[in-house]
Ligand binder design. Structure first.
Ligand SMILES: [Fe+2]
Length: 238
């Protein structure tokens, strides 16, 4: 994994070997489509389909498929076992997260057990509202580090728009190609989505890293979607 120049300040961009970490290919297999078709997955949805608000995303066709493959606990009515594709995805993700921690943070760190899938189809957003992840309900700690890993090329309005410094409000898109990922400070920087006018869908994963040196155990904080405790051994692993 090697660092390449970011398109804007305040982000670190890395290139990874797609043959070693074929996350896009595995997800495409889960969705029963060739990898090149991921950016057109909206064509498989009913016409005029309205994409999701955050809390509803488990009921969206492709989200449901992904979490059915990977969910290890069978919570919320999901499959009780991982499929072999689900296992393959998580093993590949684990390797990638560990390598990223080594090259970027260079210190032992926790990372999210299951990355979050986001889909932003044309004319839609993938998340609602402008926010910082550590604000509001305080689910995320300010020392968590965000990773954005798209499995379709992201540009302009089909990606996250983030400011480059706290309160600078100079929103710019996080642009990355398949095979690249972006490390950024989503806990402390304002970010939002805009209506996707690119004509192609964005399919992406995001997850957080949390250095051991900055970790604090916070009991009574649970993840929004799966209701998992936001602690090492729950939402985070090492
Ligand atoms: Fe966010």
């Amino acid at each position: 994994m090697k660092q390449i120049n970011g398109s804007s300040t305040g982000i670190s961009k890395y290139e990874y070997d797609r043959r070693r970490f074929p996350l896009a290919e595995i997800v495409a297999q889960m969705f029963s489509m060739p990898v090149e078709q991921l950016e057109r997955l909206h064509e498989a949805l009913p016409q005029g389909y309205k994409m999701v608000q955050v809390a509803d995303q488990l009921h969206v066709p492709f989200h449901r498929t992904f979490y059915d493959h990977v969910n290890p606990n069978g919570k919320n009515g999901f499959a009780q076992c991982q499929t072999s594709l689900g296992r393959e995805f998580l093993d590949t993700y684990d390797l990638l997260a560990r390598e990223l921690i080594k090259v970027h943070l260079t210190e032992p760190s926790y990372f999210q057990v299951i990355p979050i899938l986001r889909i932003q189809i044309p004319k839609n957003v993938a998340i609602v509202g402008r926010h910082r992840d550590a604000d509001g309900d305080g689910r995320h700690h300010p020392d968590e580090v965000n990773v954005f890993l798209p499995v379709t090329d992201t540009y302009r309005s089909n990606t996250i728009w983030a400011e480059s410094e706290r309160d600078k409000k100079d929103f710019a898109p996080l642009e990355a190609k398949v095979g690249e990922l972006i490390v950024w400070d989503g806990a402390n920087l304002l970010h939002e989505n805009r209506a996707n006018d690119t004509g192609i869908s964005r399919v992406s994963f995001d997850f957080r890293l949390w250095p051991f040196s900055k970790y604090v155990r916070r009991d009574g904080v649970y993840s929004l979607i799966m209701g998992v405790p936001m602690v090492a051994g729950g939402y985070f692993k090492s």
